[in-house]
Design a protein around this ligand. Structure first.
Ligand code: MSP
Length: 653
C-alpha cells in the first residue's frame, strides 16, 4: 500500500426500482475518475452500492407481497449486472442490509447518543417518503416536497434527534476554512445560505415501520435511512473491521453525488463526522441531472430511459462517451437519441475509428503490417508529436480539476490533427516512390504512436475500446496502462506488427427514417442500425437476398470499367467524394459515399467498376451520373470492386 491513496464514492442507490440512464451517468463519471486515478498511479478505492432500508422500500415490497429483503435482492442483482455491462470498475459494492454495515451504524448511533448529541423527543411534522426527507411547513413549495414535487405526509411519532443545531457555527467555520469542500461553488453558496437560516436538530429514528437498522439501545426504533446510508462510506473503508485499510483510505477524496443530495452530504454528513471526531472528506461534488428531451425523467411521464437497452443497442463505450462528452460536470444535460447517434458517428466512428482503420490498413498495405520508426522528423511530424505532448499535459491538469468534457475535447483535437496529418503527408503517394520509403515509415510511425497515446488517454472513459486500439496496433492489450507511458513519445517499438485486417471499432449508425422503414417489406423495430459502409447509393444488405431478376433485367444495367482521373472531398460532408472518371469515350462526374474508406489521393489512377445508366441524381448540388460499385462487409469495411488491367469503358457482365 505504498501508492498514494484515492477514495471515491457514488451515492448508494435506492433499490426501489431498476436504475435509469441518470443513475448510469453518475456511476460512469465516478468510474472514469477512478480509472483515471489508477492510470495516474494512485491506489484507488472506488465504492458504489445500494441503500436498501426505509419506508419507501418497505411499502414497495409489501405491494408486491414480498419481504423487503427478497424484493431488494432481485433489484440489487440488476444493479450489479448493469455496472458490469457498463464496465464499472468498483472495488466494493456495499449493501446497507449487510451485517458489516449494521455494526458500524449501531456503533456510531450508540457513541453519539452516549456523548449526549442524540436525545429522545417527539417528531411532529412532514415527511416525503419517496425522498425519505423531513420537511418544515415553510420549506414546502405549493404544499409539496420541494425536491420531487410529490405530496408529503404528516407524521407524529416518538423519535431520537441528532443535535445538529449545536454544530452550526462549527460547520460554517469549517466551510469557510475549506473552500473546496463543496463543489461546484454555486452549490457551496446554496448550502451556506441554507445553514444560515438556522440548523434544526434532525430526526434520526422512526417507529412506524421496521425495515431498517435497529437503534441499539431501543429496539422499537429503526435508524433514519439517511443516517444509516451516509455511514456506508465509513463501512466500505473498513472503519470497524479493518483499521489499517481505513487509515490508508480515509478521509474520502470525493463523494460524487447528484445536486439534490448535496445537502445531506455537505451538511448532515460532516456534522455526523464532527460529532464522532472523524476527519471530514475532502470534497463533495454535486453533478447536474440528465434530462430527457428537456424533461425530468419520471415513470408517470413514461420517459425513463433504460441503460441496459441502450448498451445492448449501441455498446457500453458509446453510451459512456456520450454521457461524459455531452454534459458539463455540474450542469444539467440533455439526453436524446439523435444526439447520441450524432456523437457516435462523428467522434467515435469517424474520428477515432477512421484514424485507426486508415493507419492499420496503410501499415498492412504499404509495409506488410510492420511498424518501422523511419528517418528524421519533418516539421509536420514534430507538430503532431508536440501536440501529443501538450495534450497529455492538458489532460492531466484537466482531470485533476475534473474537467472531463474539456479533456475529451483536447484528446479529440489530437485525433483530428492526426487525421489531417494523413491528408497532409499523403502516404499513398509516398508508397508509390521507393525512394520515399523511409519517409513513409516515419509518417506511419507517427500515426501509430499517436494512436498508442490516444488509447492510454481514452482508457478511463471508454475502457473497452482502449485495448481494442492497442490490439489493432499489435500491442499488449491486457496489461494495466500507465499515464506515464503516454508522456513519452517513441515508446512504440520498431518491428511491432499490426493485426492483418483493420477492424471498424465503431460501426456507423444509420438513422432509418420511418418513411424508409415503412417502404420495406418487413418493418423492423429499431430506428437505427450499424451501417456497413455509408455509400450514398445503398445496396441490399448481404444477408438479405434480393428478389430474383431475369437475365434481361440484369442486362439493362450498363456496367463499365472507369478510370479515376480526379477525386476530392465534397465540402461539409463526411463521407462523400466527387470523382471525375474516364469511360473511354467520355469523362463523367460522380459523387460516391466512400470518403471514410478511401482518401482522394488513393483513388486517382485507379480502375473502378460503375453502373453508367443509373438515373442522374443531384447530390449536394453536384450532378452525379453513375455509381461506383463496392463490396461491404458486416463490420463496416468497404472495398471497391476492381478491374485493374481493363481499358476504361470495358463492359462488365
Ligand atoms: N439513496 C440515496 C443516496 C444515498 S447516498 C448515501 C438516493 N438514491 S437515489 O437512487 O434516489 O439517487 C441516487 C443518485 O442518482 C443521486 O445522486 C441522484 O442525483 C442521481 N440521479 C437520479 N436521477 C438522476 C438524473 N436524471 N440525472 C443524474 N443523476 C440522477 O438519493
Amino acid at each position: 500500500m505504498s501508492k498514494r491513496p484515492f477514495y471515491i464514492t457514488t451515492p448508494i442507490y435506492y433499490p426501489s426500482d431498476n436504475l435509469h440512464i441518470g443513475h448510469a451517468y453518475c456511476t460512469t463519471l465516478a468510474d472514469s475518475i477512478a480509472r483515471y486515478k489508477r492510470l495516474a498511479g494512485y491506489d484507488v478505492l472506488f465504492v458504489t452500492g445500494s441503500d436498501e432500508h426505509g419506508q419507501k422500500i418497505q411499502r414497495k415490497a409489501a405491494e408486491k407481497g414480498m419481504t423487503p429483503l427478497a424484493y431488494v435482492d432481485g433489484i440489487v442483482a440488476n444493479f450489479q449486472k448493469l455496472w458490469r455491462q457498463l464496465g464499472v470498475s468498483n472495488d466494493d459494492f456495499i449493501r446497507t442490509s449487510e451485517a458489516r454495515h449494521h455494526e458500524v451504524v449501531q456503533h456510531i448511533f450508540q457513541q453519539i447518543y452516549e456523548q449526549g448529541d442524540i436525545y429522545k423527543s417527539e417528531y411532529a411534522g412532514l415527511y416525503c417518503t419517496p425522498c425519505e426527507t423531513f420537511w418544515l411547513e415553510r420549506q414546502l413549495v405549493d404544499g409539496k416536497c420541494p425536491d420531487c414535487g410529490r405530496p408529503v405526509e404528516t407524521v407524529k411519532e416518538e423519535s431520537y434527534f441528532f443535535r445538529m443545531s449545536k454544530y452550526e457555527a462549527r460547520w460554517l467555520q469549517y466551510i469557510e476554512e475549506h473552500p473546496d469542500f463543496i463543489q461546484p461553488a454555486s452549490r457551496r453558496n446554496e448550502m451556506i445560505n441554507f445553514v444560515k437560516q438556522g440548523l434544526e436538530d434532525l430526526c434520526v429514528s422512526r417507529t412506524t415501520f421496521d425495515w431498517g437498522i435497529k437503534v441499539p439501545f431501543d429496539q422499537k426504533h429503526v435508524v433514519y435511512v439517511w443516517f444509516d446510508a451516509l455511514v456506508n462510506y465509513l463501512t466500505a473503508a473498513g472503519y470497524l473491521d479493518n483499521k489499517e485499510k481505513f487509515n490508508h483510505y480515509w478521509p474520502a477524496d470525493i463523494h460524487l453525488v447528484g445536486k439534490e443530495i448535496v445537502r445531506f452530504h455537505s451538511i448532515i454528513w460532516p456534522i455526523m463526522l464532527m460529532a464522532m471526531g472523524i476527519e471530514i472528506p475532502k470534497m463533495v461534488y454535486g453533478h447536474g441531472w440528465l434530462i430527457v428531451e428537456g424533461d425530468k425523467m419520471s415513470k408517470s411521464k413514461g420517459n425513463v430511459i433504460d441503460p441496459t437497452l441502450l448498451i445492448e443497442e449501441f455498446g457500453a463505450d458509446a453510451i459512456r462517451y456520450f454521457l461524459l462528452k455531452e454534459i458539463a460536470l455540474g450542469a444539467d444535460g440533455n439526453f436524446s437519441r439523435d444526439a447520441l447517434i450524432t456523437r457516435i458517428n462523428a467522434d467515435l466512428a469517424n474520428d477515432l475509428g477512421n484514424l485507426l482503420h486508415r493507419t492499420v490498413s496503410m501499415i498492412n498495405r504499404f509495409n506488410g503490417g510492420v511498424i518501422k520508426k523511419g528517418g528524421p522528423s519533418e516539421p509536420v511530424d514534430l507538430e503532431l508529436s508536440a501536440l501529443a505532448g501538450k495534450t497529455v499535459a492538458a489532460y492531466e491538469a484537466g482531470m485533476e480539476k475534473l474537467e472531463i468534457n474539456a479533456v475529451l475535447k483536447d484528446v479529440w483535437a489530437l485525433i483530428s490533427r492526426a487525421n489531417k496529418y494523413i491528408d497532409e503527408t499523403g502516404p499513398w503517394a509516398l508508397a508509390k516512390d521507393p525512394a520515399k520509403k523511409e519517409r513513409l515509415d516515419t509518417v506511419l510511425y507517427h500515426l501509430a504512436e499517436t494512436l498508442r497515446i490516444v488509447a492510454i488517454l481514452v482508457s478511463p472513459f471508454i475502457p473497452h475500446t482502449a485495448p481494442k486500439v492497442l490490439a489493432q496496433l499489435g500491442l499488449a492489450a491486457d496489461q494495466p496502462l500507465a499515464l506515464n507511458e503516454a508522456k513519452i513519445w517513441g515508446v512504440l517499438p520498431e518491428g511491432t506488427t499490426v493485426v492483418s485486417k483493420a477492424e471498424a471499432i465503431f460501426p456507423r449508425i444509420e438513422v432509418v427514417t420511418e418513411a424508409a422503414e415503412a417502404a420495406k417489406p418487413e418493418k423492423k423495430e429499431k430506428t437505427a442500425k450499424a451501417e456497413a459502409a455509408a455509400p450514398v447509393e445503398k445496396a441490399a444488405p448481404a444477408e438479405e437476398e434480393a428478389p430474383a431478376v431475369s437475365i434481361d433485367e440484369f442486362a439493362r444495367m450498363d456496367l463499365r470499367v472507369a478510370k479515376v482521373l480526379a477525386a476530392e472531398k465534397v465540402e461539409k460532408t463526411e463521407k462523400l467524394l466527387k470523382l471525375t472518371v474516364d469511360l473511354g469515350t467520355e469523362q463523367r462526374t460522380i459523387v460516391s459515399g466512400i470518403a471514410l474508406h478511401y482518401a482522394p489521393e488513393e483513388l486517382v489512377g485507379r480502375n473502378v467498376v460503375m453502373i453508367v445508366n443509373l438515373k442522374p441524381a443531384k447530390i449536394r448540388g453536384i450532378e452525379s451520373r453513375g455509381m461506383v460499385l463496392a463490396a461491404s462487409s458486416p463490420d463496416g469495411k468497404l472495398t471497391l470492386v476492381a478491374a485493374p488491367d481493363m481499358a476504361p469503358g470495358s463492359r462488365v457482365k
